[in-house]
Write a protein that binds this ligand. Structure first.
Ligand code: ZN
Ligand code: ZN
Length: 225
């Protein structure tokens, strides 16, 4: 069996249904094991675990007392589960937030919040550019692969509405992995042609008048095509 990269393990664990905590019944969270524990004597041998972070979980609540009585230090247990085998175990935590720093669910939530912010920012820029008829800003947002797809789709629609003929060349050459975005890009090119009563010469790909019978660039007969 091939050795998985951390990203592959992450993708696999994320795709798994999250188990329910046997102690409280609540859905468990994905926990990224801190690298300091991974591989040493404390390590669990897996980079991700499922952990119950329910503070009302009876295992966690009774754990404080149990450990205090038996081991004379302040700690408790959280229910955990190995993704590789589905085996349930308990992990010791030494404070209320013990282990919580690395809950991947929180990372995902933060990433989603950042995405929302970026979409808002992009839409504001686009709205202003649309009012200003500033095709350069719209084009820049459309071309930028780090912009959220929703922003780029909106930019494609706008460049169709306000883009000049010069915008066709860069837009037409844009190839993206997202099907919806590619569809919006292709539609934008057609929309610009519509507004300027132009089309692409099927022979040389230069922009010509829609009703042209002969291409002014390559001289071919384009009346029937
Ligand atoms: Zn629980
Ligand atoms: Zn031509």
């Amino acid at each position: 069996m091939a050795i998985e990269t951390l990203e592959e393990v992450r993708a696999r664990v994320f795709a798994m249904p999250k188990p329910k905590c046997p102690a409280c019944g609540q859905e468990m969270s994905i926990y990224e094991v801190p690298s300091i524990n991974f591989g040493d004597g404390l390590g669990w041998g897996e980079p991700f675990l499922f952990v119950c972070f329910n503070d009302e979980c009876p295992l966690y609540r009774s754990g404080w007392e149990h450990i205090q009585e038996n081991y004379a230090h302040t700690a408790s247990y959280r229910q955990m589960c190995y993704p590789s085998s589905g085996v349930f175990e308990v992990m010791t935590v030494f404070g209320h937030d013990g282990g919580k720093g690395q809950v991947v669910d929180d990372e995902v939530r933060r990433a989603e919040e950042a995405l929302k912010e970026n979409i808002k920012r992009g839409f504001n820029l686009l709205a202003q550019a649309y009012v200003d008829k500033d095709g350069v800003v719209v084009l820049r947002l459309l071309m930028d692969p780090t912009e959220p797809v929703r922003v780029r789709i909106k930019a494609a629609e706008m460049i169709g509405d306000i883009g000049e003929l010069e915008a066709i060349e860069p837009v037409r050459n844009l190839r993206v992995g997202n099907e919806k975005l590619q569809g919006a890009i292709d539609a934008a090119v057609l929309h610009i042609h519509d507004r300027f009563f132009t089309r692409e010469c099927p022979f040389c790909a230069e922009i010509i008048k829609r009703r042209a019978k002969v291409c002014k660039h390559c001289g071919r007969d384009v009346s029937g095509v």
